[in-house]
Design a protein around this ligand. Structure first.
Ligand code: FES
Length: 154
């Protein structure tokens, strides 16, 4: 989550490891910026998706969270989350294949990187520029639970 705070803001940021935590007042300020029309950013929030024990390494899982179809993959011991709907013609990517960090669409075989949603290959081997990348979301494991960082309005 990236927040652009006013220069006189009296809030603080703390970094613990690679995770940036924000105080409640920062989230409140970000929401105010959004509602004032000055900015159109929405704060994100980690939401619980599933238990880690539900995931098998290298398998594709779809979870519908707040009407958003998410693709969740455990790969090399880490968990990743992208949109589960192909940006070409909306096939469900959870019905596709996964190998070596690459998600392959079941319909026209477009390929996407699981670790950032970038297009590796377009439909039927066409240029990666022919379709949009997948939405990509930060994911984490905490106390045996998988959490995904989604926009609050998702
Ligand atoms: S719907 Fe995914 S490549 Fe066509």
């Amino acid at each position: 989550m990236k927040l652009d705070l006013p220069p006189n803001s009296h809030t603080s940021r703390r970094f613990i490891g690679a995770v940036q935590y924000f105080s409640i007042s920062q989230i409140f300020n970000a929401t105010n910026l959004h509602s004032s029309g000055r900015e159109t950013k929405c704060p994100n929030m980690f939401v619980p998706v599933c238990a880690v024990s539900e995931l098998q390494e290298g398998e594709l899982y779809r979870f519908d969270i707040r009407d958003r179809p998410l693709l969740v993959v455990m790969y090399d011991g880490s968990v990743f989350a992208t949109d589960s709907i192909c940006t070409h013609q909306e096939a469900d990517l959870s019905l596709g294949m996964f190998s070596r960090g690459i998600i392959t669409c079941p319909l026209h075989r477009a390929m996407f990187r699981v670790d950032d949603g970038e297009v590796v290959s377009g439909p039927d081997g066409s240029s990666p520029d022919s379709i949009r990348r997948l939405g990509f979301y930060r994911a984490k494991i905490e106390n045996g639970q998988v959490y995904v960082d989604l926009p609050q309005n998702a």
